[in-house]
Design a protein around this ligand. Sequence first.
Ligand code: TRP
Length: 326
Amino acid sequence: MSKGRVFSGARPTGRQHLGNYLGAIQNYVALQEEYDCVYCVVDLHALTTLRDTEHLREWTREMVLDWLAAGMDPEQTIIFVQSHVPQVTELHTILSMVTPLGVLLRLPTFKEKARQQPDNVNYGLVGYPVLMAADITLYKADTVPVGVDQAAHLEFTREIVRRFNNHFGPVLVEPQAKYTDFPKVLGTDGESKMSKSLNNHIEIAATPEEILQRVMTMVTDPQRKYRSDPGRPEICNVFQIHRYFADEATMSQIDADCRAAKIGCVEHKKRFAADLAAYFAPLRERRAEFAAQPDYVWDVLADGAQRAKAIATQTIAEVREAVGLP
Ligand code: TRP
């Protein structure tokens, strides 16, 4: 039996942080075992919200370096940049003809973006989900790993596929979402979701010194004012994130020591920082090796684009035929 095909896309955001790693990258890497995977840097999608585009190349390279260092295997998996396979824009245009405008304007994701950038409610922003549907269907993916924040976009894609296939015949594959229902990873402030734009993040490829520096600024249990106060690990964000990078025995010991005020927040943070640095040491090393070859990432992406294009060309031919384009 042939393997299913996974497609997922991520905006080029540069060096990846713990939130990206736990919520997406880890999963992308694991799915390679079971599926033929296609992972895409969605640079065109990024243009819908970016005013300053001078970092796009650098952020693409940095993100892909983290992906590769985390174990994405370019021999097996197709890793490429969205705009390197321009057939996606053709499919986007064709799909836009079976997309009711009202549906797009009612999507909560669109409304939120329009609120966030009221002076830049561009046409691309409205069509964002159509481009995403084009991504997924161009590569005939049957499985799409995404966060639950993308649920509306996935449902939209499925609806557009059904409409297209009803009109023109069964050409496109209706994809299944595979939700990565990973709990939200909070930033160093302990309040908001970890994100680069809030600068409350910890990069996975940070040096041990940088990790320690960031971890030291983390908010713990706000009720624990003095070293002698007992702590509440269930409230403490350091504890909550530490759990993903240490074994159970370690964590239940820290849990007990924190509640009994045998271990202070500073001491726990040092321990967490050390565990994080150790966990990511192999990734950091691999990353340095890849980064030392200036062309490596671009070579991987060029090869990925070529393999992606082979699939895309085939799909576009079928779509054009079905639609009846001369
Ligand atoms: N919209 C997704 C996000 O903001 C990114 C994305 C673009 C995507 N195309 C995709 C995700 C196709 C999955 C499949 O995170």
